[in-house]
Design a protein around this ligand. Structure first.
Ligand code: IZC
Ligand code: ZN
Length: 419
């Protein structure tokens, strides 16, 4: 038989963890089935996986073309590129002063009320030029890539005016074209009410921005929270966004149980985020409507809370669970998905298998990319990570250090610590 020409071969993975399975989000017991090929190999052509299996089989069936890339995983563990489906990139500047205030007892929403928190990042982001914004966030993307993330979602929401919201989304577009990390963009005009503005008037302004950002963002999100945007205001923004063709996301039931989970189900949102205080009914409705629960355990960890989202109950109810960093300068400043997985296992009692499923295939579904990324299967993008660990269970187990050796995006080595 003629060998298939390929331009990328990775072989010798001690464990090649595929996450292969049905082309739908993984729920319940299916979250445990990560799929391990011992001594595994993978071949790709033009960035797309064409063969995957035991090393001897792939080597027999595939022929590397001259100039192609060969990677020896040398017994290490290979997984799909990690997907981070909820970040607040791009932002400008830091808020370490707020972190110290909170450690001394100040509350997140109280800081926002007096013009700090989100509003302080809004001021810095408004002042930054497009170029400054791009360069600041490029460094964050470099760190994400170094931690094994190959695709992220990023949001506006630090402009609260059309010009700055557009500047943020343009920064994402330029970074997506010029950085190996792939970016899915979300419009979060309804992130906070600008200083000295009436909330209802601002909601109307956000709705007016939708056609102006349509080409720059795929999703629309709202920070639905007591003292920020009500369920009724969130519903207005999201219904208008749906009419303009946006996919829907919602920051729901994080600090108070407003009914954001129910709203996400009612509107057919792609995902709902946080959900620490979501009602049992809301979770059932999310399961029935197929809304992905995007859990962000780095946030209660950063805020020093003892409560985490009820992930075990969600899995029992058949809700699709995904994990994300929530990377932002206020409530969770980390670029590391492995760190988030480590917290998820310890505080939400996910198994290592569930955490990996939540950070790959289910995370891909949380941003509408379940058909192209999140698992290693023929036809999908060749996005993978080689971890310096004997098996995938080390990923949440061995924490606080970076065990990424090499990252491959669309069949190209884009980060290599072993070189
Ligand atoms: O800058 O505080 N929760 N939005 C909603 C955030 C956190 C980001 C921030
Ligand atoms: Zn968020």
């Amino acid at each position: 038989m003629k060998r298939q020409p390929v331009d990328f071969i990775l072989s010798g993975a001690g464990q090649l963890v595929t996450l292969a399975g049905p082309s739908r989000p993984r729920t319940g017991a299916a979250m445990q089935a990560v799929g391990v090929i011992p001594d595994g190999a993978l071949a790709a052509r033009e960035g797309t996986i064409v063969a995957i299996g035991p090393s001897h089989e792939v080597e027999t069936n595939c022929q590397l073309v001259p100039g192609g890339t060969r990677v020896d995983a040398a017994g290490r563990t290979v997984t799909p590129g990690l997907v981070d489906p909820h970040t607040h990139l791009p932002f400008y500047g830091y808020r370490e002063d707020e972190f110290a205030l909170r450690l001394a007892g100040a509350k997140y929403l109280e800081i926002l009320k007096v013009g700090g928190g989100i509003l302080s990042t809004v001021e810095k982001t408004r002042r930054a030029s497009l170029k400054e914004l791009i360069e600041f966030n490029r460094i964050l993307l470099d760190r994400m890539l170094a931690c094994g993330t190959t695709t992220i979602e990023g949001k506006s929401g630090y402009g609260l005016d059309l010009a700055t919201e557009r500047k943020q989304l343009q920064a994402l577009e330029i970074l997506n074209q010029s950085h190996p990390v792939e970016i899915v963009a979300t419009f979060l005009g309804a992130h906070a009410v600008p200083r000295n503005e009436d909330p209802e008037t601002y909601v109307n302004r956000v709705i007016g921005m939708l056609p102006e950002v349509r080409g720059l963002a795929e999703f629309c999100d709202v920070f639905c929270e007591e003292g920020v945007f009500s369920v009724e205001q969130a519903r207005r923004v999201l219904i208008a966004a749906r009419e303009h063709g946006f996919g829907l996301k919602i920051h729901a039931d994080e600090l108070s149980p407003l009914g954001g989970a129910e709203l996400a189900a009612e509107l057919g949102a792609v995902s709902a985020e946080h959900l620490l205080r979501a009602s049992e009914d809301g979770l059932r409705q999310m399961a029935a409507a197929g809304v992905v629960a995007c859990l962000l355990p780095g946030t209660p960890f950063t805020l020093g809370h003892d409560d985490y989202a009820p992930a075990r109950r969600m899995i029992e109810l058949g809700v699709t669970v995904a994990l994300a960093t929530d990377c932002n300068p206020g409530t969770c400043f980390t670029e590391s998905m492995p760190m988030v997985m480590a917290i998820a296992c310890r505080r939400m009692k996910l198994s290592p298998e569930e955490a990996l499923t939540a950070a790959t295939i289910n995370a891909a579904h949380a941003i509408g990319r379940g058909d192209t990324i999140g698992s290693l299967e023929p036809g999908k993008q060749a996005d993978l990570v080689i971890f310096d660990m004997p098996n995938y269970r080390h990923l949440p187990y061995h924490y606080g250090v970076n065990l990424v050796a090499t990252v491959i995006k669309r069949g190209r080595v884009v980060y290599d610590r072993t070189a």
